[in-house]
Design a protein around this ligand. Sequence first.
Ligand code: PDD
Length: 286
Amino acid sequence: MTRTVYVNGEYLPETEAKVSIFDRGFLFADAVYEVTSVLDGKLIDFEGHAVRLKRSLDELEMAEPCNKDELLEIHRKLVELNGIEEGLVYLQVSRGSDGDRDFVFPPADTQPSLVLFTQNKPGLADSPAAQKGAKIISIDDIRWGRRDIKTVQLLYPSMGKMMAKKAGCDDAWLVEDGYVTEGTSNNAYFVKNGKIVTRPLSNDILHGITRKAVLRMAAEAQMEIEERLFTIDEAKKADEAFTTSASAFVMPVVEIDGVALGDGTPGPIAKRLREIYLDESRKAAI
Ligand code: PDD
């Protein structure tokens, strides 16, 4: 089925949507993005994604393409036009183009490019991958120092997923100065003796919208949480581990660098958090 996508004010069939070859997103990865999940045809945590988008734009001194209400309307319209019950809405804002390639930013009044499209993912919530759990490898984190800004510089995360795939695994966790930063496209956690451990927020990791919601829900469920640096060896000795992201919610991790965690199946805390997250998110979806 041909999707209807959104490009700079127009809803178009995906085959007719165009962005300039001089667009700075294309030439310099000078663009930021958000991925918002859809359950029951409704948006999960739209507010959180809109707030983070604004922050990413501000950090890069990039103009806002439109206001939050307009963004919400575009998200909803695309979900409706494409009949998405379960899936994702991808949004990208780039600094646009003034019609040439130049490292120097174009004038501040250059129109940013705004592109959104949907991805239909039936079975996103009831995912067989989450029932199985993910096997991960650890790799060096060689990304830039502003991972708190959600830019489209995703070549290394992509390479990380390929390294995992070649090793017969599902994903990779990134390690810097001996400590786990995050997953290629998710935040990372382990559980030992009932306590959830995850890296604190800083410029070293993306401030996950799912992370924030899951930690709040875990605290409400009286679970113990510790935000601190941790090594991959500590995670390998854990009772269980998991990741969080808008595209996979809470994903149990069952193996790290070939070492099975617990009995090698998704752990009880990860499973419970996934259930709570899906349940609460569905109720709050808009
Ligand atoms: N990735 N860390 C990184 C590096 C990410 O790319 C993501 C999200 C997260 C989790 O953030 P959130 O909970 O807000 O989705 C953490 C998205 C899903 C992606 O690139 O597709």
